[in-house]
Design a protein around this ligand. Structure first.
Ligand SMILES: [Zn+2]
Length: 355
């Protein structure tokens, strides 16, 4: 592990048993999903006393390669989900760490304040199986109070902001020349790796902010198990529980027929020829991006990232679909449009007062 002097994490994982006896044996067989689920439920990564959490330390010091017990937890999660990747702690070079620290340091002060009270740490692995990962941490009473964020350093190492955003937004569609989809989230010299990291981080920090809140249902509770009386101030604007199918549906589904086939990262289900109609229907919803239409938690994470990036940091955000250079559709950030007015109001309330 190559860490620059002064960057050692404050959120060092404490594993007394492991320290006393050497590294513990991995608790489950590679294919035993049930074992993985049980081990995850009781795993020390979910307990605040399993971390030396010091929320008074500057955010810039909560950056590190993933400690062994966190790598174990991520491996269990991949076994449970059937992902082939086996994460390992990342080697972080000085230039990469400079970009991560810059991405954090340039967040608006109010965002840093909110995050500072809830982020255990920002940890880096390779072979995560995705770009980012966030999960919750509970206090001694079992109340979710904080979260940790994991990012895949290998995914981030060589991508600029627009290259990463274009790659991500293309993943729901089968590629077919001469149709193209380009995402633009930065201009000129700002289109760099630091700003790619910042945007990805903002999405994960949106997940951290929602932990233990009434923003949207927790991702670790099955939809069918949510109390019938539960209400959520952000996700109730566009989501409903389908108890029969133990899933979430949206209030736009009758007209937004492509939504059920929107799948990011793991296997496109839509044809390139569906791009224009998909984005035309997305414009009739209150979703700030196509990824936001996949589930309530990612709706909020996408809205938070987009709002901070576009409204607070005054940066560009648009998706352009073209054929042989001819522009067919431009989809823009929605914060000044009536379709997102209610979500903007709730976001602004949340940023004023989270609890
Ligand atoms: Zn997410």
């Amino acid at each position: 592990m190559t860490l620059r002097a002064g960057l050692a994490a404050v959120a060092i994982f404490l594993a007394p048993a492991a320290q006393a006896q050497g590294a513990p044996a991995f608790p489950c067989a590679e294919t035993d999903k049930q074992c993985a689920w049980k081990a995850m439920e009781s795993h020390a990564t979910h307990r605040l006393d399993g971390w030396k959490a010091d929320f008074t330390s500057p955010l810039a010091e909560r950056i590190a390669a993933a400690p062994p017990q966190l790598v174990e937890y991520l491996t269990l999660d991949n076994i449970f989900n059937g992902f082939p990747e086996r994460p390992r702690a990342a080697e972080l070079d000085a230039a990469f760490l400079d970009d991560v620290r810059g991405a954090l340091a340039e967040l608006p002060p109010r965002i840093s304040q909110l995050i500072g009270e809830r982020l255990i740490g920002l940890y880096f692995v390779e072979s995560l199986g995705g770009t980012g990962f966030t999960d919750h941490v509970k206090d001694a009473d079992g109340k979710p109070v904080a979260g940790f964020v994991v990012l895949d350093a290998a995914v981030l190492r060589s991508r600029t902001a627009n290259a990463w955003a274009s790659w991500k937004e293309n993943t729901p569609f089968h590629a077919q020349e001469p149709l193209r989809l380009d995402a633009r989230i930065e201009d000129g010299a700002q289109d760099n790796r630091k700003n790619a990291i910042q945007y990805i981080l903002l999405h994960e920090l949106g997940h951290v902010l929602a932990i233990g809140s009434d923003i949207h249902p927790p991702w670790y509770i099955a939809p069918k198990d949510l109390p019938a009386s539960a209400s959520y101030r952000f996700s109730d604007l566009s989501w409903k529980v389908d108890r029969e199918h133990d899933s979430y549906i949206t209030v736009f589904d009758a007209d937004f027929t492509q939504r059920k086939n929107v799948a990011y990262y793991f296997g496109a289900k839509l044809a390139a020829a569906d791009m224009v109609a998909t984005y035309a229907n997305l414009e009739k919803t209150s979703f700030p991006s196509l990824y936001a239409a996949t589930n309530p938690g990612d709706d909020f994470a996408e809205a938070f990232a987009s709002y901070v990036h576009v409204v607070l940091l005054q940066r560009p955000w648009q998706v352009t679909i073209s054929r042989s250079g001819e522009v067919l559709k431009v989809f823009k950030a929605c914060w000044d449009e009536p379709r997102c007015a209610d979500k903007r109001k709730v976001l602004e309330q949340i940023l004023k007062r989270l609890d």
